[in-house]
Write a protein that binds this ligand. Structure first.
Ligand SMILES: O=C(O)c1ccc(O)c(O)c1
Ligand SMILES: [Mg+2]
Length: 603
């Protein structure tokens, strides 16, 4: 990795990537730590502030205006049109002088009047650059992937090179380059000072019209499928030292709060800069296990009843707070009855992550703009470092049983001892439901802040909508978190969180739960007929699964058997028996489970 330069590049965000009034967008960008903005023409036109007012507001916020955009359909047009275009440009350049913006974006023409003639395009862009120069402005020419005649980065660069004008350079936009599958290596041959601007956007792989893809589905770096680090390396090797600017057109960001979007955006740029060695951040401290999951509830009885039937004992009680530790093997559930009752009943509010370096984990989280939570502790309590995930879940960095580091369990007084051998050994995974607009942000957070790996996203059919789910894990599979987004927010079934426990014998664990009075989620008989058709399972085994409601899945590495408790408030529990090589979560069974849960709720 190259040594980071003394000053990392400036970071910008396009106003079009955030929602709200122009003032709201600027405020959000500044608060999230951006250095500058690209102002989109429509955002300026719609603002009650005039150019001088916008300039003053940006100055107050500590933001520069690094780009004004766009001038469209300028080049390679008949002479009459060129005169009109230059007249329009003169207006905009005067405006930019009032705004204090010195670079204008010109995207390649989509006009039916444009002709396929690079010489003409170069000549007219040089005329525009001449005019711009009079205003102290530079013109950055960008190939739109759907440009009429110029649609690739190298074609745009050839036109710029041909024009040979000092006030004309190129603007590279990762979306236009990578969406077309263009080879970006040749970018290294562009003289760095002729790359006037760099726009960065990621996007998920979608087979669709490129204009629609670009205008609705761009995402922040690391949230799609493009190799942005690879592209950025080429641009840096060319000698580019200008800003890194996020230009993300996205339907979700247009309609959700600008503040969190701007934080998500800036975090994505920090992670990207770290990946290419432009910025040094406190290194990730990958969690090594789940220390506990904390449930908050106004009424503990229903959930502790389920835990007791599952074989948990109340192993300890907090010295100063109404928090009980329920434990079985290495699976620990805190049941917290402090504070006001939550309207939605029992909910998973916090996760304790085992960390080899809790203070280091917090430093990284803070550097990546995660809110660090005030320590909730009495003077005698062990210090616990905690940050908030985007969905509000509190993440505690714990060092359970680590000599030399404070142990959170020191705050607890011992309670009951386990009477029998634990059938449940540890937490297999946690499933957290995200607000519908936040799943990409959540995945980036868990990857960037916690150093977990994000898996492919899977779509699961729910009877009343679609659940998108994406797992993040550590390399050894000791921490597995499934992030999902459900359909309408009012749908309680798709919005329940769950805690999955691991067992070496799911049949025994399910039987014990049932004989202790627990109720397992019933699974339709049709499912088992299908299972018999799909796998050669012995009849007796199939019968047992049918009786207990155990679901079955298999991949090339092994099998997965799992069953579910009924839902309490907003949470339910899963019992899982995972062959060592199996890497999934039983996703093929999720539609059956969701339908059974809907059915169970209406019973
Ligand atoms: O979709 C567009 O029109 C558009 C405009 C300006 C850009 O920089 C861009 O990448 C796309
Ligand atoms: Mg662009």
């Amino acid at each position: 990795m190259p040594t980071p330069p003394t000053a990392p590049p400036r970071t910008c965000v396009a106003t079009v990537s955030l929602s709200g009034s122009l003032t709201e967008r600027l405020t959000a960008a500044a608060r999230a730590g951006f250095d500058g903005v690209e102002i989109f023409e429509n955002d300026l036109l719609a603002s009650p502030l005039d150019a001088a007012g916008i300039r003053a507001r940006c100055a107050d916020l500590g933001l520069t205006i690094d780009l004004y955009q766009p001038l469209r359909d300028i080049e390679a047009v008949p002479a009459g049109l060129l005169a009109a275009n230059l007249r329009r440009a003169r207006h905009k350049f005067a405006l930019m002088n009032r705004l204090g913006a010195d670079t204008v974006l010109v995207c390649s023409s989509v006009s039916p009047h444009a002709v396929d003639d690079d010489d003409l395009a170069a000549e007219q862009l040089a005329r525009l650059a001449d005019l711009a120069q009079d205003f102290g402005i530079r013109v950055a020419y960008e190939a739109l992937a759907w440009g009429r005649h110029v649609s690739t980065w190298d074609h745009a660069w050839r036109v710029v090179e041909k024009a040979g004008h000092p006030a004309l350079g190129t603007c590279l936009d990762s979306f236009h380059i990578l969406s077309r599958g263009s080879d970006p290596r040749g970018i290294e041959d562009i003289p760095g000072e002729k790359i006037f601007f760099l726009q960065l956007a990621d996007a998920p792989p979608l087979a669709m019209d490129v204009l629609q893809w670009s205008r609705h589905h761009r995402r922040f770096p690391g949230q799609g499928g493009f190799d942005l680090a690879g592209l950025l390396r080429h641009v840096l090797r060319a000698g580019y030292t200008g800003p890194l600017s996020l230009e993300v057109f996205n339907d979700v960001f247009r309609q959700t709060e600008a503040g969190p979007t701007a934080v998500d955006a800036h975090r994505s740029l920090l992670v990207l800069q770290e990946a290419v060695g432009l910025r040094e951040l406190p290194p990730p401290v990958v969690p090594t296990g789940i220390a506990f999951a904390e449930l908050v509830t106004a009424d503990a009885d229903p959930v502790t009843g389920v835990l007791a039937a599952l074989g948990f004992t109340r192993a300890a009680r907090h010295r100063g707070k109404p928090v009980d530790l329920w434990q079985q093997g290495e699976a620990r559930i805190l049941v917290n009855t402090a504070g006001a009752a939550r309207r939605d009943g029992t909910a998973l509010a916090a996760i304790g992550l085992e960390s080899p370096d809790p203070a280091g984990a917090t430093r990284r989280a803070e550097a990546l703009l995660a809110p660090v939570l005030p320590r909730r502790r009495a003077p005698a309590d062990a210090p616990l470092e905690a940050v908030a995930a985007p969905d509000g879940t509190e993440l505690f960095f714990c060092a359970t049983g680590h000599p030399g580091l404070p142990d959170w369990r020191a705050d607890f007084e011992e309670g009951e001892r386990a009477a029998e051998e634990p059938l449940l050994t540890h937490v297999d995974h946690l499933a957290l439901v995200q607000p519908w607009y936040q799943v990409d942000e959540a995945a980036l957070f868990h990857r960037g802040v916690l150093g977990l790996d994000a898996r492919e996203s899977v779509d699961v059919a729910d009877p009343y909508g679609l659940v998108r789910s994406r797992a993040v894990t550590d390399p050894q599979g000791r921490v597995r978190i499934a992030l999902s987004v459900g359909p309408a927010a009012g749908d309680d079934t798709a919005h329940a969180q769950h805690i999955a426990f691991a067992t070496a014998d799911v049949v025994a664990a399910a039987r014990r739960f049932r004989s202790a009075g627990g109720r397992l989620l019933a699974v339709p008989a049709n499912y088992y007929d299908d299972l018999a058709a799909r796998y050669e399972l012995p009849d007796a085994e199939l019968e047992t699964y049918r009786d207990l409601g155990i679901l079955y899945d298999r991949d090339e590495h092994g099998a997965f058997r799992h069953c579910y408790t009924r839902t309490v408030g907003r949470v339910f529990f899963e019992l899982t028996q995972r062959d060592p090589g199996y890497r999934g979560y039983g996703a093929p069974n999720a539609p059956i489970r969701l339908a059974a849960q809907h059915d169970d709720r209406t019973r």
